[in-house]
Design a binder for this molecule. Structure first.
Ligand code: SF4
Length: 123
């Protein structure tokens, strides 16, 4: 998967990718039931409590007062996700996003905030 990307990646569980002020977590309609079940909530309750409609038919996770995702937790210095087993594809696939292959400034930003990414000029 990483062969097409100009970096190597090994997650260090910093949680930095889940706490970006400019970050938005996209959730698709089909991902909602599993996340709701993970939180022991009905689909409608989960939707009204945690989601807002996104611009393209998907959903966006509501942001709290801080930049961090509401499901980000830390245990003994390591980040974890409260809905890890059901986390959305948007989170599962970081940092292997098309934007990070095509958008130089975005890639440089990610290389700065993510300690698990390492530039690979041969990539
Ligand atoms: S849902 Fe989980 S993996 Fe996704 S941004 Fe929130 S804490 Fe991170």
């Amino acid at each position: 998967m990483s062969a097409d990307y100009p970096f190597r990646f090994s997650c260090k569980r910093s949680g930095n990718c889940c706490a970006r002020p400019e970050g938005r977590v996209r959730i698709t309609e089909t991902e909602i039931p599993a996340i709701a079940e993970c939180l022991d909530l009905g689909v409608d309750a989960f939707r009204s409590r945690f989601l807002v409609a996104g611009p393209d038919g998907d959903w966006l996770l509501k942001m709290g007062l801080s930049a961090a995702c509401v499901f980000l937790e830390h245990h003994e210095g390591l980040a974890s996700c409260a809905i890890y087993e059901a986390r959305p594809g948007h989170c599962r696939t970081f940092p292997f996003w098309g934007e990070l292959r095509e958008d130089g400034p975005m890639l440089r930003s990610a290389l700065r905030f993510c300690p698990g990414m390492e530039e690979d000029p041969a990539g």
